[in-house]
Design a protein around this ligand. Structure first.
Ligand SMILES: [Zn+2]
Length: 306
């Protein structure tokens, strides 16, 4: 065997099998994020997600329109599945649930949503803001209206829009999340699934009038195969949830290996030559300095001029 060929064989056998990726590799059976690119080369691309948003370096873009939401107020029957690395909430194909906004043309329909979380109410979001990581991040995945599934949209660099919402700890439970938390308890093991009936997407989100402020950039899926086809909108207004609920969520599910499903977020990727834009009313996402916390709570963020 030539030395080049034996090296190739070595590299091949060292590479994890396709589909065999994870967030935390406590053994050698799965590839953690630093190794995803071995089986999924697109994960080593230059326009990957998530990123850290340095709010002072964001650019105001006047053409970014507010998002409009269609069908977000409809009662949906949602299928929930434990994928082994996350729980995915699949939206029904019938009936239109869609958004328009940003600088996109046309409508993008919602196909699924999922959450990224940490451990026991600790940091767990994927995108960070000036280095700060929220405890959880909601991704609502939309595809251009002409496509049926996320897979269909993968060849189109403008095929996918993901709306990202960030959770902030509150002393009160968010009762709108009880139904989701209950569903997670029914999909403890990988590949198990359940349904949630009569779920309204708008019940999970901040009030619509608070959604004019968002950051906007182009990047990738944050899981293999990391296709660089995603336009991201990161909303400034947080969703409030209690530490008890966050802790419960991070303890409900098991991964493929039977380990607790926690810290399911991809580490920060370099921004490289990209710019993060902000919409007309986007505010700095600075956390309130501790001194002001008692006085201002969530209202104390600094603002950038347009
Ligand atoms: Zn995600």
């Amino acid at each position: 065997m030539s030395s080049a060929l034996s090296l190739a064989v070595l590299l091949w056998t060292a590479a994890p099998a396709a589909g065999d990726w994870c967030y935390e590799s406590n053994n050698t059976t799965c590839a953690d994020p630093s190794q995803w690119h071995v089986a999924y080369p697109k994960c080593a691309g230059n326009h990957q997600s998530p990123v850290d948003v340095v709010t002072k370096e964001t650019h105001y873009k006047s053409s970014l329109k507010p998002f409009t939401f269609e069908g977000y107020d409809r009662a949906l029957n949602v299928t929930v599945k434990n994928l082994g690395h996350a729980a995915r909430f699949d939206l029904p194909e019938s009936g239109k649930v869609a958004v328009q906004g940003g600088d996109m043309t046309g409508s993008y329909k919602a196909v699924q949503f999922h959450l990224h979380w940490g451990a026991d109410a600790g940091p767990g979001a994927e995108h960070t803001f000036d280095g700060e990581r929220y405890p959880m991040e909601l991704h609502i995945v939309h595809v251009k209206e002409k496509y049926r599934t996320l897979k269909d949209a993968m060849h189109d660099s403008a095929g996918v829009v993901v709306l990202a919402f960030f959770f902030e700890k509150s002393s009160n439970d968010n009762s709108h999340y009880d139904v989701l938390i209950g569903a997670l308890g029914r999909v403890r093991n990988t590949n198990s699934n359940t349904t949630v009936s009569s779920l309204r997407l708008d019940s999970l989100l901040p009030q619509p009038e608070a959604l004019a402020r968002y950051y906007y950039y182009t990047g990738s899926l944050t899981t293999p195969e990391c296709d660089e086809v995603v336009t991201w909108a990161l909303f400034q207004e947080p969703i409030l949830i209690s530490a008890t609920q966050l802790t419960t969520i991070s303890q409900k599910l098991l991964t493929e290996t039977g380990a607790p499903m926690k810290n399911i977020f991809r580490p920060m990727q370099p921004l490289n030559d990209r710019t993060v834009f902000r919409s007309r009313a986007a505010a700095l996402l600075h956390r309130t300095p501790a001194l002001w916390l008692g006085l201002l709570c969530v209202g104390g963020r600094a603002w950038l001029p347009e």
